[in-house]
Write a protein that binds this ligand. Sequence first.
Ligand SMILES: Cc1cc2nc3c(=O)[nH]c(=O)nc-3n(C[C@H](O)[C@H](O)[C@H](O)COP(=O)(O)OP(=O)(O)OC[C@H]3O[C@@H](n4cnc5c(N)ncnc54)[C@H](O)[C@@H]3O)c2cc1C
Length: 591
Amino acid sequence: MPSYTAPVKDMQFLLHDVLKVSEADIPGYADLDRSFTEAVFDEAAKVAQDILTPLNVVGDVEGCALENGIVRTPKGFKEAFKTLREGGWMSLDAAPEYGGQGLPYLMHTAVNETFVSANMAFNMYQGLTHGAYSAILVHGTEEQKAKWLPKLVTCEWTGTMNLTEPHCGTDLGLLRTRAEPQADGSYKITGQKIFISAGDHDMAENIVHLVLAKAPGGGEGTKGISLFIVPKFLVNEDGSLGDRNAVSVGKVEHKMGIHGNATCVMNYDGATGYLLGELHKGMRAMFTMMNEARLGVALQGYAVAEAAYQNALAYAKDRLQGRDVTGAKNPNGPADPLIVHPDIRRNLMEQKSFIEGARALTYWGATLIDRYTRTGDAAVEGLVSLMIPVLKGFQTDKGFEMAVQAQQVFGGHGYIEEWGMSQFARDARIAMIYEGANGIQALDLVGRKLAQDGGKHVMAFFEMVKAECKAHEGDERMKGFVEALKTASKQLQQAGMFFMQNGMKNPNAALAGSYDFMHMMGHVCLGLMWTRMAKAAYDALDAGAADRDFYEAKIATGRFYMARQLPACSMHLSRIESGADPVMALAAEAF
Ligand SMILES: Cc1cc2nc3c(=O)[nH]c(=O)nc-3n(C[C@H](O)[C@H](O)[C@H](O)COP(=O)(O)OP(=O)(O)OC[C@H]3O[C@@H](n4cnc5c(N)ncnc54)[C@H](O)[C@@H]3O)c2cc1C
């Protein structure tokens, strides 16, 4: 069975050496000193390692089953969910007035990483609830907040997001679910939703579905969509549970991975629902929580890859095959361990440098979210909204790729279920699809975000990269980092120029290059993170840090990324500059 150890040291390095959180001028951050965050992470590590990791394979093998209208989760899930609830792990960053602990979103993100690495499918029940909590917190009336939030904060009730319908996935304008207004101000919701994560289960008393539906008078397309709270059980005035609402599970989907999470067809047959936010402004309400939701999926990308990597690394040190061409490393054994071979090293370095870079980018993204939610800084919010499709698209594509590479280290054994490497690859795959398929993230980036607010956020991004390079001018040790980052950033700007010059007369010229642009920007972001991490590691070494190996390994891993991964930007630029023709040359009938 695969194992997992939470990378607390790496997490601490990011928070304190790189992000220097306790010195940051973000409200609430002054309390995040080293000993406090370490204590939280050590406890989270125990939960992840001792409770969630052993249940990962159980969830995969058993899956969820619909029995007499109720979904049963895999053996042990219910008890584990209760343990996490009682330990306060579900409410770390929730608002204290609704029973939360009020910690920064950054702390939720870091703890969440360990839980996702340990058991992604299990953690989704809480993740969806966090999304529902955020939506009601931002868009709910005071009465709605008082009614729904305290139980969502503790996960006594869990939440879901209901967008997708059989004929309507990406194109939500096609949505058919209807909302009929009632005399008492509520609505009757009728329609079918599919692929609803955590749609039903036996771990919570109630399930609070957030459902997109069309109410009369809203017009066609996405403009007419509103958002509704539709509980599984109606809630009485005194907060106790009332009648069962007219919402039921049609079936539990049989799927490639995340078997421990119940992906349900949900039928709404005149179910009672309550408008959340403004009528006909449901899409806007959904969008406000998308930054967090997509950051959460971006995290899934590297968190699953981390668990896969740890197992690949252990296997590479243990499995004896072939000899080191430069001389035997295990002369008394029949062969050397796999890790001596340069191609296995390449594979492991690709995993390691991606995971550590993505972790840095995700934590930094979480600090930006804390900054704008805690200070209202609109410029920071704009920067986050630019970067979110990059994080979601790039990190989940690479996360899956790296989980497959980890599987590759095992050779044929990676393909055999009992080693557990197949589950990592299967679980990681969904993150590329849901919460906006990655092709749509690329369209969002190139079609909307680059030009948003007159392009000022992308300009701010380039200025930030430039400032980072300038800050290390004259530092010989940082030269390799700075030059690689400068080159990649210039190439990214050149790609942006290509879109500006060609996109107006031929929109396909921009759209055909959008996926490459998303990956290119992902590489530049990770290059930026590695530059910051390398500087922090040099500073720690200069200050006489005791654990020199740790910091030297950071620098070497960063150098690998800059030398071997960042040059992918040249290829992406060439593809972008080839325009739409190579992509669109064949007529649809000619395929
Ligand atoms: C396991 C699982 C869990 C899920 N959980 C939830 C959930 O909790 N709640 C929920 O509401 N939904 C959920 N979904 C649904 C998921 O978000 C959708 O599958 C996703 O949004 C894509 O929609 P679709 O499957 O209909 O694909 P389609 O929209 O049909 O798209 C098919 C392909 O075409 C591409 N495409 C579509 N339009 C364009 C375009 N204009 N330009 C370029 N390319 C385009 C897409 O990128 C995609 O690759 C889940 C799905 C799965 C499989």
